[in-house]
Design a protein around this ligand. Sequence first.
Ligand code: PAF
Length: 289
Amino acid sequence: MKVIDEPAALRAVLDEARRLGHDVGFVPTMGALHGGHRSLVRRAVAECDRVVVSLFVNPLQFGPGEDFESYPRDLAADLAQAEEAGADLVFAPSTRTMYPEGPLTTVSVRYLSDALEGRSRPGHFDGVATVVAKLFAIVGPCLAYFGEKDYQQLLIVSRLVHDLSFPVTVVPCPTIREPDGLALSSRNAYLSPDDRKAAPIFYWSLLAGKRAIEENGVTDPAQVSAVMQGAAGREGRARLDYAQVARPHDLCVPQVITSEVRLMIAGHVGRTRLIDNLVASPPDKEGAP
Ligand code: PAF
């Protein structure tokens, strides 16, 4: 596995691979790799000839007072995991390489960036969209693998590709969970042992919302949110930020739940902010074809 830190060098290697007719798979990450990332890399390896993983803690997507400084960084461990999962290349640029002057050009995907995480973390998705656009420009034509755990990010990146005509196919990949349901996330490393025990509460709240829709036939989004809030409220260590029903394509709250929705949840357990989501589909109406 080759490690590259200069955009021009990465582009040269990938251009040559494409010239030889090889498909390029790309897994963008901020490092602190875990089983979720490894599953993205393995999928890319199964579907592409050459796979590149980027490791870059992007300062633009962290707000004041967030965890940019303390975000876990362990290059040696990340390289070992990327290699074990089968990556051919790792792109690990420095902040100075990525933003030598601080960018005057930024990318913003309107509306999709405003709701949910965007409301709680203003500017976060502009930072994500800007770095992802830059990474796509460096990597060039590829299949890019993103986890559904960050569902809002996945929608934003898909729209960015569509609107700006990047020669990229976004491949959504399922959330990977611990046996107790906790979605894998680099930030799980912050959880104290007691917080770790409490952390699956957001997944269990999503399951309660899903049951309300799928088994009890609840069609009022506010009622489903109340079910999720009630479930989250039973864990004293959890502080809920939002528990919302969203239309899968635009994240707006539907008037009535008549088709598939995404249940979106976020909050803190102790000092750790966690997000998660789940699909729910209302039961088929009797007599429907
Ligand atoms: O999901 C992440 O790890 C980051 O938001 C991404 C897509 C690598 C951009 O920094």
